[in-house]
Design a protein. Structure first.
Length: 534
């Protein structure tokens, strides 16, 4: 039986997916919540939120993501970073998954990635779980109801968590699988209930498709000045660096918090919602994000809560530190209605340096920007993983290696070309530690970070005096006209009790950067190779 809004000519049966049970097309939030509760997928929370658990997997499974190795993509995929799957393995996987789906109910959402109509990707998500359908309805962009009559998916994603892959039979690594077939325009996901796989596989698609059109896909948040989309800023950063927090500036308009494109027309959000971390979330620090956790339809994922009152515990990470909430972008009061902006005037690269070496802000040349973009540095802190007793570097190229199907230099060159064409100013911002490494130093004050960013974005920081950093060669302001930023904070060596210990730590971090960057040297131009560090 078919339910919901869909063109009869564009049903799953017309795509060859027959023998399913009830199929629900493009249901809206109240109906999806009702089905999720009926199926026992979660509980109703305060304000009409949906409280869910993702079971065994509370995060993505990047090592289980595969790209089908076909002649059309063979020369374009970064195979060192993307596990291949044979066409035979994928075909068998598809047949077995469809057999597994027989007689089962499924939920379909016809959505698109990309707020710019000229560059959007129409995708159909077929999910076994009703709450996955609600999640992706928040995270991607929704066509108008009348557009559904003519909606024709360019790619179809089938997600069946109850299906288990067979590594030998399906040419994959484990019984969890995310398989992308660019030729068949089909993605298969099985063996995991973690909803983030649904949105990130769309990002991976766009990361592959858009560079051919000269569009830079970016793992970043973005905002612009009120009434002035030309004054756009983008914030690159890995998880935990402040990408969502710092872009949610009440004095600026939020374009989006995670994934964007940069075309010849400007910046545009890929998504229609936000997927925010909730660990230690507070109303004082992030009031708008906090308030979404009691708004109707918000998906509350892997959070501990009181079974009677449904009150959320934002500090209890016994299920996972990766607890999150998913909500539509319009739940943020200063969110852009169009989700588009101008060409970035400022590009901010966020890092959480647990070594305590990097300054709170530094200005980068275009060559230095490409260097730090390809490096994608942040750090793990001691105690976050078994065996981690001191800070460990994390280098995730382009600030999103798990979602990068092409070689990193493709994206690096696109970024450099766009910086050159549009004159963006680039900044490196450290939201990590100062006065020592994690365990001895202290976390960079959020007020100071916000003050420095405000000065960078309004242009006043450009008038400050700068010094050349002896370790990395970038320019660092020596004083800023902001009470929240004492001069001593701008020179991390001065914040350490033992300056010689700082020098040893800095030399160690520079060597880590150099060792990691060696993998790119044969693929990049000489101006990047000669970036002065160390």
């Amino acid at each position: 039986m078919t339910y919901g809004r869909v063109n009869p000519d564009h049903t799953l049966e017309r795509q060859g997916l027959t023998g399913l049970g009830d199929v629900y097309y493009n249901l809206i939030e109240p109906d999806l919540i009702g089905h999720a509760l009926r199926l026992g997928e979660g509980e109703l929370g305060t304000g009409g939120t949906l409280l869910v658990s993702t079971g065994k997997y509370t995060g993505r499974s990047p090592k289980d993501k595969h790209v089908v190795r076909t002649p059309s993509v063979e020369e374009h995929i970064w195979w060192e970073n993307n596990a291949p799957m044979s066409t035979e393995g994928f075909d068998t996987l598809y047949d077995d998954m469809i057999a597994h789906m027989q007689g089962r109910d499924y939920f379909v959402q016809d959505l698109y990635g990309g707020a710019d109509p000229a560059h959007r990707l129409d995708v159909r998500l077929v999910t076994e779980m009703a709450w996955h359908s609600l999640f992706i309805r928040h995270l991607l962009r929704r066509p108008d109801r009348d557009e559904l009559d003519d909606f024709l998916p360019q790619f179809t994603i089938i997600n069946s968590p109850s299906f288990r892959a067979d590594p030998k039979r399906h040419n994959c690594r484990t019984d969890t699988v995310i398989a992308i077939n660019f030729d068949r325009k089909l993605i298969l996901i099985g063996g995991t209930e973690y909803a983030g796989e649904n949105k990130k596989v769309v990002f991976t698609l766009l990361n592959y498709l858009l560079p051919e059109k000269g569009i830079m896909p970016m793992h970043c948040s973005a905002n612009h000045a009120p009434g002035n989309p030309v004054d756009t800023a983008v914030f690159f950063g890995l998880s935990g660096t402040g990408k969502t927090t710092l872009s949610a500036d009440p004095e600026r308009v939020l374009i989006g918090d995670d994934e964007h494109g940069w075309s010849d027309r400007g910046t545009f959000n890929f998504e229609g919602g936000c997927y925010a971390k909730t660990i230690n979330l507070s109303r004082d620090a992030e009031p708008e994000i906090y308030d979404t956790t009691t708004k109707f339809g918000t998906v509350i994922e892997n959070m501990v809560y009181d079974p009677e009152t449904k009150e959320l515990d934002f500090e209890d990470d016994s299920l996972t530190a990766n607890m999150r909430c998913a909500y539509p972008l319009h739940y943020i009061s200063n969110a852009s209605k169009t989700a588009v902006g101008g060409h970035p005037k400022n590009i901010v690269m966020l890092t959480c340096d647990a070594f305590g070496v990097l300054p709170p802000i530094a200005r980068l040349t275009p060559a230095q920007a490409m260097y730090h973009f390809l490096s994608g540095f942040t750090a793990k802190v001691a105690g976050t993983e078994r065996g981690v007793t001191e800070p460990q570097p994390t280098f995730s190229t382009c600030f999103g290696a798990p979602f990068i199907p092409r070689r990193p230099e493709v994206y690096g060159n696109l970024l450099r070309e766009k910086i050159a064409s549009h004159g963006a100013t680039c900044w490196l911002v450290n939201t990590g530690w100062t006065g020592g490494a994690y365990g001895t130093g202290s976390r960079m004050p959020i007020k100071a970070t916000r003050a420095l960013l405000t000065a960078a974005l309004d242009g006043s920081l450009g008038d400050a005096p700068f010094r050349k950093d002896p370790n990395f060669g970038f320019d660092v302001p020596t004083t800023v006209k902001a009470s929240a930023v004492p001069d001593i904070l701008l020179n991390p060596r001065r914040t350490w009790d033992n300056p010689e210990a700082y020098d040893r730590q800095a030399a160690k971090l520079v060597a880590m950067f150099a060792e990691n960057f060696a993998q790119y040297e044969k693929h990049i131009d000489d101006d990047i190779k000669t970036v002065a560090i160390g």
